[in-house]
Write a protein that binds this ligand. Structure first.
Ligand SMILES: *Cc1c(COP(=O)(O)O)cnc(C)c1O
Length: 370
């Protein structure tokens, strides 16, 4: 079976460095907020080309802490996308924000023109939380223009887009804060949960450091109500010593696989996304679109051909049962988002796929006759 992720192969490749990282932390006798977290934060900030990285417990907390650092007050409106991991919206709501959902573009990314209309129509909207879904980062130039037009804070959800770029612009460099996740399936995944915020703003970095640690400004001094959301020394050590050095190679491999899919999949019943800057996407996922009424059959056909697949995402966030009526709203119709949610299938694209497996995926898609 061609898997969506293959952690066993990753372990075979990385075990020596991971074991050394664990040994280094164990023998240091220091497990929370020490040198490993600091050194990983420095390495990550350097990789990303931003001034500061702050390690936290997971990607959702990175978003929540980020919104609080931007001064989000209870009831503040936050423009965001309905087509994303539920955690994006959950972070807004946990921070006390009021999510406003807008439709997406043809690639499933938040529609920047609709954002502009919404911001023109309601000057009380001060925050924008776009998601660079699938690792594409296609909205960056338009996002920068938008951020220049309005007096708004932008927080970029880069959980799926570490290392993605569009021209000279890198995902996470338009907003005041970028948030990312080290959930194991992410492009830079830990052996468990983890996340980080990145920013060029020194004061925000310090506030994030306080908020992740009970809101403590110095030992036993609490000036605000924070979280317990620290990145462990163990995860930081594994990330910096074993996984971050492999990230450029992993990203290259994802890009090579994406090129093979884009060039090789020719079934007219399987629609590829039209991504202009596709060479700079990091392809966290590889989405294709099929007619909604044939999606289950297509996935069963792939499975018969030994190919696993996923759906990202089957249900829009505002349609989830947990969303409390009156605590969010939808601006306009979510036509494209609904169409995308009903049509999307994710093909395997992890960095440990062999060439033969990539060919197997292409062949299975090309055998599909709709
Ligand atoms: C994974 C993910 C998150 C949440 O990250 P966690 O580390 O699981 O909390 C948020 N947003 C997006 C787009 C994600 O893919």
């Amino acid at each position: 079976m061609v898997l969506m992720n293959d952690f066993k192969r990753q372990w075979e490749d990385c075990r020596t460095e991971v074991a050394a990282a664990i040994d280094a932390v164990g023998s240091s006798g220091w497990y929370i907020l020490g040198g490993e977290v600091e050194r990983f934060e420095q390495a990550l900030a350097e990789y990303w080309g931003l001034g500061h990285a702050v390690g936290v417990a997971n990607g959702m907390d990175a978003l929540e802490i980020g919104l609080r650092c931007l001064g989000l007050r209870p009831g503040d409106k936050v423009l965001t996308t309905p087509l994303t991991a539920f955690a994006t919206t959950l972070a807004i709501m946990r921070a006390g924000g009021f999510p406003l959902f807008l439709d997406v573009d043809a690639n499933g990314q938040i529609d920047i023109d609709r954002c502009r209309q919404a911001l023109r129509g309601d000057p009380s909207i001060r925050m924008l939380l776009p998601v660079h879904l699938f690792g594409l980062a296609t909205t960056l130039p338009a996002l920068r223009e938008l951020a220049g037009e309005f007096d708004i804070w932008v927080l970029e959800d880069c959980a799926q887009s570490i290392g993605a770029a569009d021209g000279q612009m890198r995902a996470g460099c338009v907003g005041t804060i970028a948030a990312t996740s080290f959930y194991p399936t992410k492009n830079l995944g830990a052996l468990g949960d983890g996340g980080a915020l990145l920013t060029n703003n020194t004061e925000i970095a310090w506030q994030a450091r306080r908020l992740r640690n009970y809101g403590q400004s110095s030992q036993y001094v609490h000036d605000e109500l924070g979280l317990n959301s620290r990145l462990d020394e163990l995860h930081a050590a594994v990330l910096r010593r074993a996984f971050l050095p492999r990230l450029p190679r992993w990203t290259d491999r994802r890009r090579a696989i994406a090129e093979a899919y884009l060039g090789g999949i020719r079934s007219r019943h399987v629609q590829l996304l039209e991504v202009q800057s596709r060479s700079q996407a990091v392809w966290h996922l590889f989405p294709v679109l099929v007619p909604p009424q044939r999606r289950d059959a297509f996935r069963a056909f792939l499975k018969d051909g030994g190919v696993a697949s996923g759906i990202h995402y089957p249900t829009l966030v505002p349609d989830q049962a947990a969303m409390p009526a009156g605590r969010f709203s939808i601006i306009g119709e979510l036509t494209k988002a609904r169409q995308f949610a009903a049509s999307e299938v994710s093909l395997p694209i992890h960095p440990y796929l062999s060439d033969a497996e990539v060919e197997q995926v292409v062949a299975a898609c090309n055998r599909w006759t709709g």
